[in-house]
Design a binder for this molecule. Structure first.
Ligand SMILES: [Zn+2]
Length: 103
């Protein structure tokens, strides 16, 4: 997947990348995974977190031609080694309408 397509067209946050895209009967399936910099404990801001599995959240996005496009977003489940907090990385999609907010 062209990264600019992912970010500009599908509105996926630039903190995410796409390791693979599959065209299957029924649509185009784009795997979307968070970059390493997102692994941060929301409770204590520690980066000392470990992954404890994940789930996939499928989101339908804008079609390409007549093909429906689905984003298979990885939602990793993590545990903080510093404070033992368990959390998921919620998929933060960029907003459809442009804002001036920059990260
Ligand atoms: Zn923590």
């Amino acid at each position: 997947m062209e990264e600019s397509l992912l970010h500009e067209v599908f509105g996926v946050s630039k903190s995410y990348h796409s390791p693979r895209t599959e065209v299957r009967p029924g649509g185009v399936f784009v795997a979307v995974e968070p970059l390493g910099r997102l692994y941060l404990c929301p409770a204590c801001r520690s980066r000392n977190v470990i992954r404890k599995g994940q789930r996939i959240r499928r989101v339908q996005t804008v079609p390409v031609g007549f093909h429906p496009v689905y984003l298979d977003v990885s939602v990793p489940r993590c545990q903080c080694n510093t404070c033992q907090h368990i959390f998921e990385l919620a998929p933060p999609f960029a907003r459809r309408t442009r804002t001036t907010r920059k990260r």
